[in-house]
Every structure is written in C-alpha cells, then in structure tokens.
Design a binder for this molecule. Structure first.
Ligand code: SF4
Length: 576
C-alpha cells in the first residue's frame, strides 16, 4: 500500500515540518510514506498531476490557513481521477469542527485531529493489515471519520512526549535553499484570544540532551537558517538558556537561528548572553500586537510595553541581533488613531523589521466566538482576515493596507535606511509619514503597477518635492542607500558627476595597493580590480552623519565588509 503525504507551502523556500515529522515517526514502525511538497504559486493542474502520478492508495493532506482553499479544490478533483484513493486530512484548519469539514467533503474519509505522528502510523497499519483483519477505525484515537454516510468521532489522543518525536532531518538534500523548521517545544502558556496555540495549554519541551545533538547536526552541516517554531521560545528560562548557550559556544560562523520570543520575559542574564553572540547568529521575532492597554486586556495578552521597550533596547545595545516586531490591526478597542499610536510606539524602537499584520479570525479561537460582539466581520474564506470592527471601518483598513505596503517597501526592505530616517523629521509622526506616502501612491495610481528599485527612489523624490524638502540633500542620501546595498553598475541619472575626481580616486586606489590601510581584504588584487570591487562616491553633503551641511565628502563602500544585520556595505570617509 502506498501512502502519500501532501504539503502545499506558501513559498518555495518554506518546508512543511509536520509532514516530515509524521514520516520520520512512521519510518520507525517500518512504514515509508512518500512526501509531495508543492506551493500555492503552482498551477493546481500541476499539483493534481503530481499527486495522480504518485498513484497513492492512502493520501493525506496537511491543511493550514494558507493552503486550505487549494487543498479543498485538489481533494475534490483527485477523487474523480483516483476514485479508489482513501483521503485523510490533518492540521489546525480541519481539526476544528472536523464533522462539518467531512460533511462538506464526502470524498474525504477522515480527519486526524491535533498531533498526527501516532495517528498516521496507526492509520497506515489499519489500512495495510487491520482493515482486512476486520478491525475498526474506532480503535484509533484522535480521529473523526465517515463511514456509510455516518460521522464517527474517537476519543482525543493523549499529547505526545516531545522526546518521542523523531528528528526529521537525517538527509538534508531536500532542504537545499529552504528554511529548516525545528521544534524544541509544543504549546504556549499564554492565552491570546486570536491564537489557536492558546487553546493547547499542554506546554512540553524536548529534552536538552536530544536538542543538543540535533543542533550539533545543523551546525555540522552549516545550514544557513534554522527557524524554531516554538510558540514562545523563552517561556522556560532554563530551556532557552541551555539552547542559546549551546549555539553560542558551538557557532560555526554561518548558521542563523530564528526564535519567536516574548521580549518582556527576557532576563538580565539572557540579554547578557545574547549580547555576546556573533552578529547574525540569532534573530528574534517579538509580537507586540498593540500598545493600547484596553486592547491588550481584551485579547488577554499580559504584556507590558514598557518592559518590552526596555528589553528590546537592551538587546539592541549589543548591535548583533536582528529584531522583528509585529503589530496587528483590527483588534478590539483599537481604532485608527490608537493603531497609529501603537505603530509609532513600536516604530520608535527602531526594529530591523516591523510587520504590520491584520487580524485573522481563526475558527476555534476565542476571538471567533467573541467576534460578533466586537462588530468584527471577516473574509469568508481562509485566512479569515478582518474587514471591519466596531472601532475600525473597512475604509480605514484599506488605508492601513496602504501604510503596510509602504512600510514593506521603504522600511522593511532596508534599502532606504538613511533616506527614511531623514524623512521622519519632516512629519509629525512616523505613522503620518507612511500614511501620506500611501496617499501619494494612491493619488498617482502608483499602486497599480510594479516598480523597479530605482523607480521607488524617483517616486520618493516626487513625494519630497511636494513636501518642499531639500531635494538635493535627499538625493544624496538615496545615492548612499543605493551604494550601501550594491555596487551599482549603472548610476542613476540624478547621481553627481564624479569625473572631476577621477584622478584622485585612482590615486587613492594606487596608494592602497602599495600600502593597504582601508582595503586590507583586497591585498591580492591590483588597483584597477579593487576600483571595480568597491566604490567611492563624493557626496556634496555629510550623509554619513546625516548632516545638511554642504561640502565634498568622499565615502568608500567596502562590499567585503557587510553588516550581518542590515547587509549594508561598510562606508567610511576617505581623504582624496
Ligand atoms: S500569540 Fe503567541 S503568546 Fe499568545 S497564545 Fe499565541 S503563541 Fe502564545
């Protein structure tokens, strides 16, 4: 009998930890399910073809909020071309109200609810031998299934001991150019009303003796990035400290580890440890969601923004950790103005990334139950994104979408750092800057087409012209931002003419070739090569110090010395 597990990921670089974990566990019982991973960007026909050609007898779908609509469509069609196939589904999106899902999909035989490792293994065993021996699916806990048009539900399965999970990565060949996901705990001790993890209160940890071996494996294989999917990684101090200490002591200089944490829980010694890590060794994702106290109380988030501020700033002092802060629009008691305040509060912390998300009203969450009372309406299909609340109209949500887009383009891309920082002084608040920029895009129809990077700078210049800003100064900042990111092959037409400095620049490189003081990483190259590998720009403003004083400021960009946090080239003043 052939079992096939299907995962449909949101992006090519993602991998689906759940199906790998299920397969690894089943293998210890001698079963060898095949995995098929697709992305939502593929044509559905391609997915259908891939599954058809695998010719499964037992076909299982891993369903999440980002792939449910796809999975449902595939499920309906696959039964038409493989009428004998047995179809099961699992994942949070189908576990909640499984009977309803089965009624909607008579072609699906059953749902594996909650953790699937043991359930899948028992199902394979049932279809391979148990069924022909007259056994019943009733003997398998944690499932809802339909037989003869009747829906049956078996008792919930006991939660797994995390140490019983089987490490799914002995072979890394499937994971080239992909993010590796890893779990060292399941469950969350907190109760945020919009989150499904708050329902599973059974917080469990994998023993450090196992985690240590698995981290050693990642480090030995020099994988570029490991994302911990632990819901609140630092909720148990001894666990977090042991892992952070291990990766610090065994750093291979390459691997980056990503953690979702509660910043306010960070302790002084955790921060002290983090500050001693290699820049880029870890990155932290911190959910702030809102700074409005009434909102936080209503969504049962016991966070203290002052404490978050203190901890985020303390981590920042180490200048070695990329911090990603999240906000959610559409929460109860958060109107447009108060969301703007939340935005400004979080923006003031200067995280490397600020993600502005929109509430998703997940089935089974407390938020879904309370939605009506909040006047909260949301999209009918996954991801059930908010369309309006008592406090926030759809029109305001559209405005926030515009702000979100501008933050993605001009802040999170990291391509406009000096320009944006200088622009902030022209506006009352950071929020009003992104709001006005979004309005400008809307007014000029710029949202309807995609833009090159250079065009984004030019649009910013048009916007600044309307604001009557010192455009010459801003153009110089933009040139700095461009060269900090890459050694431009084609100079923008608004860059300074450097021909007057040609000989001085050449002399600089010759002197460095003879006696390297700044270009110490280029000693095996001649001046004519180094001149192409680096860049000297003579600015007419002191852009390094963001000072509007005019003059001649030659700056060397060294692309071999990039910041591990921003990836920007090192930029220093030079004498010509
Ligand atoms: S949002 Fe985060 S902290 Fe809150 S319950 Fe979910 S996982 Fe836990």
């Amino acid at each position: 009998m052939k079992t096939v597990l299907v995962a449909i990921n949101a992006k090519y670089i993602h991998s689906n930890l759940a199906v790998y974990s299920l397969r690894s566990y089943a293998r210890t019982f001698g079963y060898e399910p095949e995995l098929l991973e697709f992305t939502i960007n593929q044509q559905k026909d391609q997915i259908l073809k891939g599954i058809y050609e695998a010719k499964p007898d037992l076909l299982c779908f891993s369903c999440y909020i980002w792939n449910l609509s796809y999975a449902e469509e595939i499920i309906e069609d696959i039964k038409k071309i493989l009428p004998k196939v047995t179809i099961w589904a699992g994942g949070p999106e189908v576990s909640y109200d499984a009977p309803k899902f089965l009624k909607r999909h008579p072609e699906v035989d059953g749902i594996m609810c909650a953790e699937g490792e043991k359930t899948l293994t028992e199902l394979i065993s049932y279809y391979e031998v148990g069924k022909s021996q007259g056994k019943s699916l009733d003997g398998i806990n944690g499932i809802v299934y339909q037989e003869n048009k009747t829906i049956h539900q078996t008792p919930l399965r006991d939660i797994m001991n995390m140490d019983d999970l089987v490490f799914p990565y002995e072979d890394l060949k499937d994971f080239e150019h992909k993010i590796i996901y890893y779990e060292s705990s399941r469950g969350c001790p907190f109760s945020c009303s919009y989150c499904l993890s708050s329902i599973d209160k059974k917080l469990r940890f994998r023993s450090f003796s196992l985690v240590e071996k698995e981290l050693e494996f990642f480090l030995a294989h020099k994988v570029p990035q490991v994302k911990f999917v632990d819901r609140t990684f630092n909720c148990k101090k001894s666990h977090a400290m042991a892992i952070w200490t291990y990766i610090k002591e065994h750093d291979n200089g390459i691997t980056n580890f990503h953690f979702e944490i509660a910043a306010d829980l960070l302790t002084e010694d955790e921060i002290a440890l983090i500050q001693t890590m290699r820049p880029g060794l870890i990155q932290l994702e911190i959910g702030v969601q809102s700074t409005n106290e009434k909102t936080l109380a209503e969504i049962h988030r016991k966070t203290d923004f002052e404490e978050i501020t203190r901890k985020v700033k303390a981590v920042q002092r180490g200048e070695n950790v990329h911090q990603h802060l999240d906000l959610i629009a559409g929460l109860p008691y958060e109107n447009y103005e108060s969301f703007g305040r939340s935005f400004n509060d979080v923006y003031a912390l200067k995280p490397e990334q600020l993600q502005l998300g929109f509430l998703k009203v997940l089935k089974g969450s407390y938020m879904a139950e309370a939605a009506e009372g909040y006047g909260c309406v949301h999209k009918a299909k996954p991801p059930y994104e908010v369309l309006g609340t008592c406090w926030l109209s759809y029109e305001e949500i559209l405005k926030l979408k515009g702000v979100e887009e501008m933050v993605e383009v001009y802040y999170n891309s990291g391509q406009f750092q000096k320009t944006i920082r200088a622009m902030e002084h022209l506006f009352e608040t950071a929020f009003s800057m992104y709001e006005e920029l979004a309005d400008f895009y809307e007014k000029n129809g710029y949202n309807e087409v995609s833009h090159t990077r250079i065009r984004r700078y030019e649009i910013l210049q048009e916007f600044l012209r309307e604001k009557e800003a010192n455009l010459e100064y801003f153009k110089q900042l933009m040139i700095f931002d461009l060269y900090a990111r890459e050694n431009m092959k084609t100079r923008p037409q608004w860059a300074n003419d450097l021909s007057a400095y040609k000989m001085q620049i050449l002399d600089f490189y010759k002197k460095e070739e003879e006696n390297p003081k700044l270009l110490t990483d280029y000693q095996s190259y001649q001046a004519r090569q180094t001149i192409k590998m680096t860049h000297i720009e003579v600015f007419t403003y002191d852009v390094i110090n963001e000072n509007e004083e005019k003059g001649a400021y030659p700056v060397l960009f060294d692309y071999k010395k990039r910041s591990p946090l921003t990836n920007d080239a090192k930029a220093v003043f030079v004498q010509l």
